[in-house]
Write a protein that binds this ligand. Structure first.
Ligand code: A2P
Length: 335
């Protein structure tokens, strides 16, 4: 149990949600402080009915802190973590910067809590699209050993931070006011996101895959501890405010029927099965937003390979995909 906490990136899309989830789950602490960039230092925020002054993320700000939960851009995490690590017991970092470092456990509490206990002062929380994929795939892997995953994502704009949401609303407004012509100047997206889909998330990496797509490959292998798993990822940004959806095909060594998959999903902590197409029951962003679970539906045996199971998976990318997972990691230690 750590008494003295800090939240870094407390003003961001995920950071503000971390505050709310710490309140909701009543995570224990004696003191807490909130850090962000120089731009926000001196501003006030309200937490558990009390006013706090936001501080700049300097090394000295970590003196006396034991546990840090951080959600910042990657380069900010690259810069502040080494100095903070000298001063605090444990940093839980939501950024992408440290995730693939072999010294740093990459943790989803329902999947690999034991990895967290081996930390050396820093634990990473996975990328949002990886977290829901791995939570859903874990019970199939334990039962039938996963050989291959084909995943296509339909990712909400909230995953791009507050600016992503601003862009969707601005673009949609312009499109509607100008008879289908989008005159909005996008701050974040390279092409109009309103009434459109963008088949690129992140920078271009090897073989034409994007950084977001490669996270689905490498982070999945690291969390499941199995480098033999093959992943074919396609990541797409869609004009949805919040919640990522994924179409997932899993090929296993041992046959898994649709009924067996439903049973395995239902027994997995943190997974909710919504699967009754006749009644139009399946996970959708508008019903999953604001929830902490990973939702699965449209569960079918694959028609194209022998031991394939395919399904649709939706989760709140800001909550389980980011803030909730980071807070759940903290809870492993706050007992
Ligand atoms: P600030 O609001 O002061 O810029 P988002 O993902 O919504 O863009 O949020 C990113 C978070 O990371 C914000 O809290 C932001 O603070 C913080 N941040 C950005 N750059 C830095 C920095 N150089 N040092 C510390 N915090 C930063």
């Amino acid at each position: 149990m750590y008494d003295h906490l800090a939240v870094v990136g407390a003003t961001g899309a995920v950071g503000t949600l971390i505050l709310r989830i710490l309140e909701e789950r009543n995570v224990p602490f004696k003191t807490i402080k909130f850090l962000a960039s120089k731009r926000s230092a001196g501003n006030k925020l309200l937490f558990k009915g009390k006013e706090y002054i936001i501080e700049d993320t300097t090394p000295a700000a970590f003196d006396g802190v034991q546990l840090v939960i951080a959600s910042t851009p990657d380069d900010t995490a690259r810069d502040f973590v080494p100095e903070a690590r000298k001063r605090v017991d444990l940093i839980i970092d939501e950024s992408g910067y440290w995730r693939m470092n072999p010294e740093v456990p990459l943790v989803i509490p329902e999947v690999n809590p034991d990895a967290a206990l081996k930390h050396k002062g820093l634990i990473s929380s996975p990328n949002c699209s990886t977290t829901q994929l791995v939570v859903a795939v874990k019970p199939l892997h334990d039962y039938g050993k996963v050989k291959r995953i084909v995943v296509s994502t339909y990712q909400a704009v909230s995953g791009a931070g507050l600016v992503g949401t601003r862009d969707l609303l601005g673009g949609a407004k312009s499109y509607l006011e100008n008879d289908g012509v989008d005159k909005y100047e996008y701050e974040n997206f390279g092409a109009p996101i309103a009434f459109n889909c963008l088949p690129q998330i992140g920078g271009v990496k090897e073989n034409g895959y994007t950084s977001e797509e490669l996270k689905l490959l490498y982070e999945t292998r690291k969390i499941l501890g199995d480098d033999t798993i093959k992943v074919c990822p396609t990541a797409v940004r869609v004009p949805v405010a919040n919640c990522h959806s994924e179409s997932i095909l899993v090929e296993t060594e041992k046959k898994i029927t649709a009924d067996k998959a439903r049973e395995l999903f239902a027994a997995m902590p943190g997974v909710v099965v919504m699967d009754d197409i006749d009644k139009k029951v399946y996970p959708m962003p508008n019903v999953c937003t604001g929830r902490d679970e990973v939702f699965v539906g449209r569960i079918r045996e694959d028609l194209s390979c022998e031991n394939g199971i395919t399904f649709w998976c939706v989760s709140d990318n800001l909550r389980k995909g980011a803030a909730t997972n980071a807070v759940q990691i903290a809870e492993l230690f706050q007992k």
